[in-house]
Design a protein around this ligand. Structure first.
Ligand code: TRP
Length: 340
């Protein structure tokens, strides 16, 4: 599950999620499972990116504030262990905001406008000419997140590679100004699981589209989501040969079913004809129910004890505040601003 990179050398890992909604199976496959493994080997911090969440939600801040503890409960429910992984809240680390200010002077508007991920987000969010400045500049703030911990390894999806590239450009500029290495360049750690499609097989996963299965989805919601999954529209009768390519049920079976050879048999049978979508969906549903049942239960328990969640987040933020403060000191030093 851990990609190509050497996993035996301890690294400083920083990763994060925008707190704009509960986490779903796409997060689980793409990053959460991997983080559970990584925490045993590396010095891992996970940042709940509430400020980054606001960069396109300032008009509706409860979308962010109401999801902070949900995201923390999601982490804990899948097995992220706060005694191994530091979980912290971005807005509680003022050094990150300060670093963002210093780094802003090292990045041009043209460079920000060239970031392909930001570019496509601007399009899909329909910002046109009214792009919030915070949104255009969030890659700078993300560079502050990463360098604030002096991270060497950043587990992310491939859409985040442009952020890491911009981070390393900033790192090189700061180091060159300092005349010595004060910030580490970071490497991405891509999950080798391919991106999980939404249940409709067409659109990006989104809560408003109702095409996701969340970690906290109820049994009924899971069942309804699997029943509505996109399969092969040309597979009309059970006897007909069916296509597995683009068939979301099979993509999910590949991602979640523990028995690969059984899934391969199902695929062959489906392609030959004689295997109905009702049956494949039933198999997938059982498998997802089994995986999500204990996660949902733990998630509900954690959410039932908000004081504990807050304690975990505030403990992690306290540790992180000190770490990021030290990096800020070095960066301020580079600009000759530690004079008082
Ligand atoms: N931009 C990331 C996302 O949308 C979230 C994020 C914020 C992040 N800060 C980070 C990821 C630092 C990795 C490192 O998923």
């Amino acid at each position: 599950m851990i990609d190509k990179q050497p996993a035996d050398q301890p690294e400083i890992i920083l990763t994060g999620d925008r707190a704009t909604g509960p986490l779903h199976l796409g997060h689980y496959v793409g990053s959460l499972r991997q983080r559970v493994d990584l925490q045993n080997i590396h010095d891992q911090t996970i940042l709940v990116a509430d400020m980054q969440g606001l960069t396109d939600n300032a008009h509706n801040p409860t979308k962010v504030s109401s999801n902070i503890l949900n995201v923390v409960a999601d982490y804990l429910a899948v097995g992220i262990d706060p005694s191994k992984t530091t979980i912290c809240l971005q807005s509680q680390l003022p050094a990150l905001a300060e670093l963002t200010m210093y780094y802003s002077n090292l990045v041009t508007i043209a460079r920000l406008e060239r970031n392909p991920t930001v570019k496509s987000e601007i399009q899909s969010k329909g910002f046109e000419r009214s792009i919030p400045a915070g949104f255009l500049t969030y890659p700078i703030s993300q560079a502050a997140d990463i360098t604030g911990f002096n991270a060497t390894l950043v587990p992310v999806g491939d859409d985040q590679l442009p952020m890491l590239e911009q981070t390393n450009e900033i790192v090189r500029k700061v180091n060159s100004l300092a005349g010595k290495i004060i910030l580490n360049e970071c490497r991405p750690l891509l999950s080798n699981a391919s991106r999980l499609p939404s249940t409709d097989g067409k659109n990006k996963m989104s809560k408003t589209m109702g095409n996701t299965i969340n970690l906290g989805s109820s049994e009924k919601e899971i069942s309804a989501a699997v029943k509505s999954m996109y399969t092969d529209p040309t597979h009309l009768r059970v006897e007909d040969p069916g296509n597995i390519e683009g068939n979301v049920v099979f993509t999910y079976l590949d991602a979640f079913h523990p028995d690969t050879s059984y899934v391969n048999e199902l695929k062959e049978h489906y392609q030959r004809g004689g295997l109905g979508d009702g049956t494949t969906k039933k198999i997938l549903e059982e498998c997802l129910q089994e995986i999500l049942r204990p996660i949902r239960k733990k998630r509900a328990e954690y959410l039932g004890d908000k004081a504990q969640l807050i304690e975990i987040l505030s403990g992690g933020s306290q540790v992180s505040r000190e770490k990021t403060q030290r990096v800020l000191f070095d960066v301020k030093d580079t600009f000759g601003l530690n004079i008082l």
